[in-house]
Design a binder for this molecule. Structure first.
Ligand SMILES: [Zn+2]
Length: 428
């Protein structure tokens, strides 16, 4: 299992200067490496409408450009541009690896046929982080010792370990990030052991979760998690700050000041949202052994519930966090196909078509009436339960285990009387 913890770090002025220089040099290197790749692409490929039917002079065929050729060229870069000697080599490699990842995402479609966007040239200040791929091993570039973070070629600085590394986890990589309010170290921690999942036959409580527009989430038991007010207020404040920014002279001192304000507000809204998502996740995992959600990655969803895509990122994060917390605690987490969850009646299964504006599910067939999101959440739960072949009473009640126990006890009874009968037979 992998978790990421982010800690604030406190570099000195000199160290800040070094780190800013690194970011700028790595940005230029990124742009150079990206240019090299695009150049190779345009020289080895020709669009079909430009191609002569008779013959095509292709000139010299350039040697292949990929991660390995670019990594091998780092040495040459350091020779030609001595300022790059100041950068820890693994960090520079990490930068290229990141480009390689973005490149492949763009070139090669994934299992669902999706491709990432074209990697971009980065403008000044747009590269905000660099990585130390190894931490705390003998040849690592980053070491966390006590409350100090020691970075190769940068030096030692204080790190605020506001929460300790969890037991059994070891740090794997350390990414240094520049944010609006200072510097952070994002440390990826890995635990080799696999958490034990609760056996399916011990699942007592199951829940389905529908993420919505009006509420953040609604459970199949009718519990609602509203989108918090301060979050909405934060967004308003953010919009105001952004309007103010648009009126400033670009790149002027006041512009940069206002930009920092906007970035800080962004950060705040993001943090508040994340915090709420964690709260919801912990509450759900505490209450339920089995959590079912919609698989929002399915593309067709955008067509059926258009407005959902607007807030997609927010839902995506909530569901990712719920999954992470559930896995960590050994709860079951199941994603189901979202098709029709809001339209079907959870009582009788009939399709009851309705617009997004219709908040109430009213079934003309069986007369069921409930909140539309709750209805959807119940469908999600039932779909997930049937997927794993688990049968719980429809209300997801508290005493699910009882009928099972009764069954075993009655079985015991039969067994007992059988033994008795046999015993009698034996003694007889
Ligand atoms: Zn019905």
């Amino acid at each position: 299992m992998i978790v990421t913890h982010e800690y604030r770090i406190y570099p000195s002025l000199d160290q800040t200067e070094v780190m800013d220089t690194w970011l700028e040099l790595l940005r230029r290197h990124w742009n150079y490496a990206l240019g090299e790749r695009l150049d190779y692409l345009s020289r080895t490929r020709e669009s079909i409408n430009r191609c002569s039917l008779v013959s095509e002079p292709i000139g010299e065929i350039p040697s292949r450009v990929d991660y390995y050729s670019q990594q091998a060229a780092i040495k040459e870069t350091k020779r030609l541009f001595p300022e790059y000697k100041g950068i820890y080599t693994e960090t520079q490699q990490g930068n290229l690896r990141r480009l390689d990842k973005a490149w492949k995402k763009w070139m090669v479609p994934d299992a669902t046929g999706k491709r990432g966007g074209k990697p971009r040239f980065k403008k000044v200040g747009k590269l905000r982080s660099f990585i130390f791929p190894r931490v705390n091993c003998s040849k690592a570039g980053a070491h966390v010792i006590g409350n100090k973070l020691k970075l190769s070629k940068i030096g030692e600085m204080r790190i605020n370990l506001h929460r300790p590394f969890p037991d059994g986890f070891t740090p794997k990589t350390c990414t240094i990030i520049k944010k609006a309010d200072g510097w952070y170290a994002s440390i990826v921690l890995k635990d080799a052991s696999v958490p034990e999942i609760l056996p399916l036959d011990e699942v007592k409580t199951a829940v389905g979760i529908d993420v919505g527009l009006k509420e953040l989430a609604v459970t199949s038991d009718g519990e609602m998690f509203p989108i918090q007010q301060f979050y909405r207020m934060g967004q308003k404040r953010l919009a105001r700050a952004q309007r103010k920014l648009s009126r400033k002279q670009k790149r002027s001192k006041n512009y940069l000041k206002q930009l920092n304000k906007v970035q800080r507000l962004h950060q705040k809204v993001q943090r508040q949202r994340k915090e709420q998502h964690y709260k919801v996740a912990h509450q759900l995992v505490k209450q339920y052994d089995f959590i079912a959600v919609e698989n929002l990655n399915i593309r067709g969803l955008a067509k059926t519930r258009l407005s959902k895509s607007i807030l997609d990122a927010g839902w995506g994060q909530l569901l990712t966090i719920v999954e992470a917390v559930a896995v960590k605690r050994g709860s079951h987490f199941v994603k189901v196909r979202p098709h029709g969850t809001s339209q079907d009646c959870s009582g009788c299964g009939t399709k009851v078509p309705k617009d997004l504006s219709v908040r109430l599910h009213q079934c003309p067939h069986c007369g069921l009436e409930m909140d539309r999101d709750e209805n959807a959440a119940i469908n999600i739960r039932e779909r997930a339960l049937s997927e794993v072949g688990l049968i719980l009473p429809a209300c997801g009640g508290l005493d699910n285990s009882q009928p099972v126990k009764q069954e075993t006890s009655s079985w015991d009874g039969i067994q007992l009387s059988l033994n008795e009968a046999l015993g009698i037979a034996h003694s007889a």
